[in-house]
Design a protein around this ligand. Structure first.
Ligand SMILES: *Cc1c(COP(=O)(O)O)cnc(C)c1O
Length: 495
C-alpha cells in the first residue's frame, strides 16, 4: 500500500513507514493510502472472537503493508496491555436504551489521545529502522493540554527519539500542567512558554519552517518530526476502535451484524471522527457520523451550509481540546470525497482568505455521512448534571458536548438505529468544571478538584492521575517565546 499526498504534487507515493516518518508530505499535503480496503461480513465475523490487540494488528496490517503482522501484534499487545489500559482499551457502557458510550480514556494519561499515542511511537521507531534512518528524531510538540502529556508518555524512552513539549503556562489546566511537569523518562523535555497556545504553536511552526535551523540540526545528526494528528501513524490506530466497538456491541447482543450504528464524536481537529469515516468506507455499517462541537462551531456551520470560514471569534471554553478554528484533518475528507485538485484549491483558499465554499452537490455528498451540532457552555454544564442524575454516568466536559449533540440527533431522527457516543476524557482530567456543573461551585485550587469530585460521586479516580497529583514537578523551566529555538538546539545537542 502506497501513500500519496492530498494535494497531489509529489504523488509517486511512499511506503507507510516513510509516511509515518515524514508526517507531512513535501507539498504540505497530508498522506493518505492510495485506496481504502473494503471489508465484508465474513471479515468482521473473523474479527469477532479476537482481543483488542489482535483486532488492531489485523486492521493495521491492511494499511501498513510494509510492517509484518507479527510486528504489529507485538506493538499492539505492548501498547494496549492490561497494565496500561485499566480495565481494558475501549470498553463500552450503556447510557440509555439504544444509546451506548465508547470510553477511550482508560489509558495512562486519561484522554483518548492515548489510543493513538501509545502505539504510534512504536510504529515510528520501526519506521526509522525500515527507512534506514540513522539520525535521531526530535519530536516537537506545542500543546494546549492533552496531546503533550499523551505524546510524552508514548515517546518516553523510545529508541532513536527525543521529545520536547512546549505548553503555554497560562493556557493549560493545573492537572494538565502537573501531568506534564512530573513526566519521567530519559529523552523528554517539557518547557512552559510565557504566552498563550497560539504563541507556543507559532513558535513550533516557525522552527519547523526554518531551513537553516534544520540544516544545523541535521549536521548534528538530528531531524524534526511531529506527533500531531496530521501524521497517518496517529490516525490509523483510531480506525480500530470503531470496528472493535461495533463488534463488541454485536457480541453483547445490543445490535446484530449488519445493523446501522450512528456515531457521535466530540470534535476538534477532525482526526477522531475522520477515522470513523474511514471505518464506514471500509464497510462498517455506520449510519451518520454526528460531529459535536463546542462554541467554536466552525464545523457545525460547514456541515450545514458548506462554507468553511475560520474568520470568527475564538472562544476559550471548558472543553479546550475542541477549541480549534482550523480542523486540519478535514483536508483528508475533502481529498477522499472530491479528489486532489479540489482539495488543493480549497486549501489554497483557506490559506489566502481563511474560507472556502463547497458546491451544492458537494455539500449534499458530505451530508450523506455527516451532520453537525454545537453546544454552548451553559448547556454543556447542564448536560453533565443531567447525565449524572439520569444515567449515573460521570462525564467530562468534552464528552458532554457529544452527549448533548447525540440527544439532538436522536430527537430529530427517531428510528434511525442505535447510537454510539464517543467519550474522550476522564471526568477527573477536567474535575474543576465537572464539579462546577454538578454543585455550582469549585475549589480555588484546581488541583484539589479531583479528590472533591471523588468524594462527591464515589466514582474512583484513575490511578495514574492520582499518582501524578502526589508527585513533585520536575520540569519547571519557563522561557520567553523568543527563546524556543535555542532551547530546541540545546536539547538536540544533549547526550
Ligand atoms: C483531542 C481531543 C478531542 C478532539 O479530537 P480531534 O481528533 O482533534 O477531533 C476531543 N476530546 C478530547 C478530550 C481530546 O483530547
Amino acid at each position: 500500500m502506497k501513500y500519496i499526498s492530498t494535494r497531489g504534487k509529489d504523488n509517486k507515493g511512499v511506503s507507510a513507514a516513510e509516511a509515518i516518518k515524514r508526517g507531512l508530505a513535501q507539498d504540505s499535503g497530508l498522506y493518505m493510502p492510495e485506496n481504502i480496503p473494503a471489508l465484508n461480513e465474513e471479515y468482521f465475523k473473523e474479527l469477532l472472537p479476537l482481543s483488542y490487540p489482535e483486532r488492531c494488528a489485523k486492521i493495521l496490517s491492511l494499511f501498513l503493508t510494509d510492517y509484518s503482522y507479527e510486528e504489529l501484534l507485538f506493538d499492539a499487545e505492548a501498547a494496549y496491555s492490561k497494565e496500561k489500559f485499566i480495565p481494558s482499551a475501549a470498553p463500552i457502557s450503556k447510557l440509555n436504551e439504544g444509546e451506548y458510550m465508547l470510553e477511550l480514556w482508560h489509558g495512562p494519561t486519561s484522554a483518548f489521545k492515548d489510543m493513538a499515542l501509545q502505539i504510534m511511537p512504536r510504529l515510528f521507531a520501526r519506521a526509522l529502522k525500515k527507512c534506514g534512518e540513522e539520525r535521531t528524531a526530535l519530536i516537537l510538540v506545542a500543546t494546549s493540554g492533552d496531546t503533550g502529556k499523551a505524546a510524552l508518555e508514548g515517546y518516553k524512552n523510545v529508541e532513536g527519539t527525543k521529545i520536547k513539549v512546549f505548553y503555554p503556562i497560562d493556557g493549560v489546566s493545573s492537572v494538565q500542567k502537573r501531568q506534564m511537569q512530573s513526566q519521567d523518562g530519559d529523552n523528554v523535555s517539557v518547557v512552559g512558554i510565557v504566552g498563550n497556545f497560539d504563541d507556543a504553536q507559532t513558535g513550533v511552526k516557525n522552527i519547523f519552517a526554518d531551513e537553516s535551523f534544520r540544516c544545523e540540526l541535521d549536521s548534528n545528526g538530528t531531524f524534526l518530526s511531529s506527533a500531531n494528528s496530521i501524521n497517518w501513524g496517529r490516525l490509523v490506530p483510531q480506525i480500530v476502535y470503531y470496528i472493535s466497538a461495533y463488534l463488541d456491541l454485536c457480541k453483547s447482543g445490543a445490535i446484530s451484524l449488519g445493523d446501522r450504528l450512528n456515531v457521535c464524536v466530540p470534535t476538534g481537529n477532525f482526526g477522531n471522527i475522520f477515522a470513523g469515516y474511514i471505518a464506514k468506507l471500509m464497510g462498517l455499517p455506520i449510519g451518520k457520523l454526528v460531529c459535536a462541537s463546542n462554541k467554536n462551531n466552525v464545523l457545525t456551520d460547514f456541515l450545514s451550509k458548506g462554507i468553511y470560514d475560520k474568520n470568527r471569534t475564538f472562544h476559550t471554553t471548558m472543553s479546550p481540546s475542541m477549541d480549534i478554528l482550523i480542523s486540519s484533518n478535514l483536508e483528508r475528507l475533502l481529498y477522499v470525497m472530491f479528489g486532489t485538485e479540489k482539495c488543493a484549491e480549497y486549501m489554497r483558499k483557506l490559506g489566502a482568505e481563511g474560507k472556502y465554499q463547497l458546491s451544492k452537490e458537494e455539500l449534499a455528498k458530505v451530508q450523506e455521512s455527516f451532520v453537525g451540532f454545537y453546544t454552548d457552555e451553559d448547556e454543556c454544564r447542564e448536560c453533565i448534571k443531567r447525565t449524572q442524575n439520569s444515567t449515573r454516568h460521570l462525564i467530562d466536559t468534552h464528552t458532554s458536548v457529544a452527549v448533548a449533540a447525540a440527544e439532538r440527533f436522536m430527537n430529530e431522527n427517531k428510528e434511525s438505529g442505535a447510537m454510539l457516543v464517543v467519550s474522550t476524557a476522564s471526568p477527573y482530567k477536567f474535575a474543576g468544571d465537572v464539579l462546577l456543573s454538578l454543585t455550582g461551585s469549585k475549589p480555588e485550587c484546581d488541583l484539589d478538584a479531583p479528590a472533591l469530585l471523588e468524594e462527591l460521586t464515589g466514582v474512583a479516580m484513575p490511578e495514574p492521575l492520582r499518582r501524578v497529583l502526589s508527585r513533585e514537578p520536575r520540569h519547571t523551566e519557563v522561557i520567553e517565546k523568543g527563546d524556543m529555538r535555542s532551547a530546541v538546539l540545546e536539547f538536540a545537542l544533549k547526550k
